[in-house]
Design a protein around this ligand. Structure first.
Ligand code: ADP
Length: 740
């Protein structure tokens, strides 16, 4: 072998060895890689194995913890539940009310001490006992008052109760002295829960309250009776005082004597007003004052009040004026007495607190519905006024503005408080606006139902075109201008007679159809004006407005007049006169608010017969003096029985009946008289000193026709007699009514 061959061989062997080495190296590397891989895996495996064990250990610890806590909580909850249950039971046991639960078979499941207490000493009463048995025990062991029922009936009643769907509560009186109200309720699963509420205290309170109420009512009745009696007792002698003073004033007296007599009379009247106020106020306080609405004429009511107050107003030259909304109805439903009281108080105050100027009453209305009107009445005066700081006080009780100026006015300070209550009772409001030294304006508004016979003022056309109004008073002229203007008449206003004469002369009276003139005016008065017009040959009719028409009755100047109308003017009277102008043949009419005063005797005929029942001697004397000089036959009776005898013997045309008389009272006597022949028709006038609520209604219900309150007023008494004088009797002879 050559070297080359050897070398080649060598090289081949080396290459092979190298290849083998490389192969081996690769194998080794692969094995190393595997080994590393396995090592890694082994490491990982080892790692993982270690973690799981830790976790498991941790989890186990947590579970253990939880278990501990849960157990603790369960124990605590159990403790709380036990405690709550114990508390609940303790509470249920401590309350005085009984509590029990029965299952659907009506067997007792639970009951507290109070429930079981009524069964004390009966061993059989335990949980599980039936309701029926409990009821039987109650009845048979006399544990309960079963009232008028027999035992078996009572048991049956108690069992039947539980058959109802809704079990009504019932009251049981236990023999041990307590009383309970039993409330049984159906609960879930047919259970019945029974609650026995102790109402012993409650009943005791109710009984006490009842007793207190009865006592209070008795006291109140006693007070009312006392007030009624006191009123009667005071009024009876006052009747004598005021009546006699009035009679003395009618006789001829020296100035000094007249002053004394007038003072007695006005003080007496003031005292009576105070008594009335106090009585009214106590009635309102006791909620005893009820309203008695009936149809009444609002305009007339105000008018009558104005007429009554006119004498006082005239003394101080205060003009009393009324402006009643022309298109407003006058007839409403309201309590006439109370409306009059409100008006008297407001207008009376206005007159009382005014020294000069006027008092103007305005009435306006607004239709609320077809059957109701909202009326607003304002009473405006030019008097002393009220300071702003006193305005809020005056509607309070016993409130008088305490000023030097005010002290000279008498009063109780109750009038406005009563007025406000009355207006509120009627559903209205009252307010006042005032300026010190200038005057006040009191106003109230309320909604009144129209009376069934109310006629909204539909005036027919008046047969005139042009009217002259002569009045020195601006407000009066304005009111008349508005009222006549609303009738479609042309109105010429004159401030005095001279102006009127000048105006008439300038047109020679042409086109002036009527003159309406005030009576009292500065310079030439209304009557002189009339006379002058007639002398000058003017023919137009003249209507005179006068505050005291009765005084003018005998005045020679009235022959030229068409009519004399009472001031303040009633719309109705004025319109009636305007309509009557188309009948010029009618004689002069003197329109007064009251029935005419007695006229002198002119004809024959018998004398009117009057029977007066009156137990009080002074009152009889006053009565006889008041009718003194009338052409009447007067007979007195001293009690009810004498009145009946008197009626039978005398057959009177008119009876005056005192209500409170010893023996037979006026009501009974009236009822008896009503049964006698002619007794049903004869007018019977009650004379009463009582001024308590309901008196009037009660008296009228006894069959009397009117109620006159004592002390009697002569003019009212004479009016009443004149009103009922039968046609076949001679006219009443009397001196003309001075107060007319
Ligand atoms: P009385 O008139 O009996 O004192 P009232 O309750 O009627 O009681 O009135 C209370 C007070 O209100 C009066 O005392 C007076 O001070 C005041 N007052 C009432 N009306 C008027 C008025 N028209 N002008 C001025 N003050 C008045």
């Amino acid at each position: 072998m050559t070297l080359f061959d050897k070398l080649t061989q060598e090289r081949r062997a080396r290459l092979t060895a190298e290849q083998r080495l490389e192969h081996r190296t690769r194998e080794l590397n692969a094995a190393m890689g595997q080994l590393e891989q396995m090592r890694l895996e082994l490491h990982q495996l080892r790692q993982r194995g270690r973690t799981t064990a830790l976790e498991e250990a941790q989890r186990a610890a947590e579970v253990q913890n939880l278990t501990h806590r849960a157990r603790a909580e369960t124990e605590s909850a159990q403790r709380s539940a036990t405690q709550a249950e114990r508390r609940l039971w303790d509470s249920i046991n401590t309350i005085r009310d009984g509590f029990a639960v029965f299952n659907q078979n009506h067997e007792l499941v639970i009951a507290n001490q109070a429930y079981l207490g009524v069964f004390a000493g009966i061993p059989e009463v335990q949980i599980g006992i039936s309701y029926r048995r409990l009821v039987e025990i109650l009845a048979h062991e006399d544990r309960v008052d079963i009232g008028h029922l027999g035992r078996d009936q009572w048991i049956e009643m108690m069992l039947n109760r539980w058959e109802e769907d809704k079990i009504d509560p019932m009251v049981l009186h236990f023999s041990r002295g307590d009383t309970a109200r039993i409330h049984d309720r159906r609960a879930r699963g047919g259970d019945i829960v029974s609650l026995v509420r102790d109402i012993t205290e409650q009943q005791r309170h109710a009984a006490e309250l009842d007793e207190a109420r009865v006592r209070a009512e008795a006291a109140n009745r006693a007070k009312s009776a006392f007030l009624a009696n006191m009123s009667h007792e005071i009024r009876t002698p006052m009747n004598g005082v005021v009546g006699m003073a009035e009679l003395i004033c009618d006789t001829s007296l020296s100035d000094e004597q007249r002053l004394y007599a007038e003072t007695i009379r006005s003080s007496g009247e003031a005292l009576l007003n105070i008594i009335n106020d106090v009585l009214d106020f106590s009635k309102i306080e006791a909620d005893k004052l009820a309203l008695h609405p009936e149809p009444f004429d609002l305009e007339r009511c105000i008018h009558e009040v104005l007429i009554l107050l006119q004498a006082g107003a005239r003394k101080r030259s205060i003009d009393l004026l009324m402006d009643y909304d022309l298109f407003m109805p006058t007839r409403f439903m309201a309590d006439p007495g109370r409306m009059r009281q409100v008006m008297t108080n407001l207008i009376g105050n206005a007159v009382k607190f005014t020294q000069a100027g006027h008092v103007l009453i305005r009435v306006v209305g607004m239709e609320e519905s077809e059957t109701e009107q909202k009326i607003t009445v304002t009473v405006e005066d030019t008097g002393i006024g009220i300071a702003p700081e006193n305005i809020d006080k005056i509607f309070g009780e016993f409130a008088q503005v305490d000023e030097q100026a005010n002290r000279k006015f008498e009063g109780t300070g109750l009038g406005l408080a009563i007025t406000r209550r009355l207006i509120e009772l009627m559903g209205g409001q009252i307010w006042v606006e005032s300026e010190l030294g200038k005057g006040s304006c009191f106003a109230f508004s309320l909604t009144l139902p129209l009376a069934a016979d109310a006629d909204p003022f539909h005036a027919e056309p008046i047969p005139l075109e042009h009217v002259m109004v002569v009045d020195d008073h601006l407000i009066n002229r304005t009111i008349l201008e508005r009222q006549l203007g609303a009738q479609g008449l042309k109105v010429t206003l004159c401030e005095d007679a001279e102006q009127a004469l000048a105006a008439i002369d300038s047109c020679k009276g042409e086109g002036i159809d009527l003159v309406i003139t005030d009576h009292e005016m500065p310079g030439m008065d209304g009557l002189d004006l009339t006379q002058k017009l007639k002398e000058d040959g003017y023919e137009m009719p003249v209507i005179l407005l006068s505050s005291s028409p009765a005084v003018l009755r005998d005045h020679p100047g009235i022959s030229g007049l068409r009519a004399i109308l009472q001031k303040p003017l009633l719309r109705h009277d004025l319109l009636r006169q305007l309509h009557l102008l188309s009948h010029p043949e009618e004689p002069v009419e003197v329109v007064e608010p009251r029935p005419r005063a007695p006229m002198p005797v002119t004809g024959d005929g018998r004398r009117m017969r009057i029977l007066a029942a009156e137990d009080n001697k002074t009152n009889r004397l006053v009565f006889s003096k008041m009718v003194d000089g009338l052409a009447v036959d007067l007979r007195f009776a001293e009690d009810g029985l004498q009145a009946i005898d008197g009626f039978k013997e005398m057959k009177p045309d008119l009876v005056f009946m005192d209500i409170s008389m010893p023996g037979m009272d006026g009501r009974t006597a009236t009822r008896e008289i009503r049964q006698l022949p002619n007794g049903a028709q004869v007018p019977i006038i009650a004379l009463t000193a009582h001024a308590m609520a309901g008196d009037q209604e009660e008296i009228l219900a006894a069959g009397l026709d009117h109620v006159m309150t004592k002390p009697l007023k002569k003019p009212l008494l004479l009016d009443m007699i004149a009103r009922y004088r039968p046609d076949d009797t001679c006219p009443l002879t009397a001196p003309l009514d001075k107060t007319g």
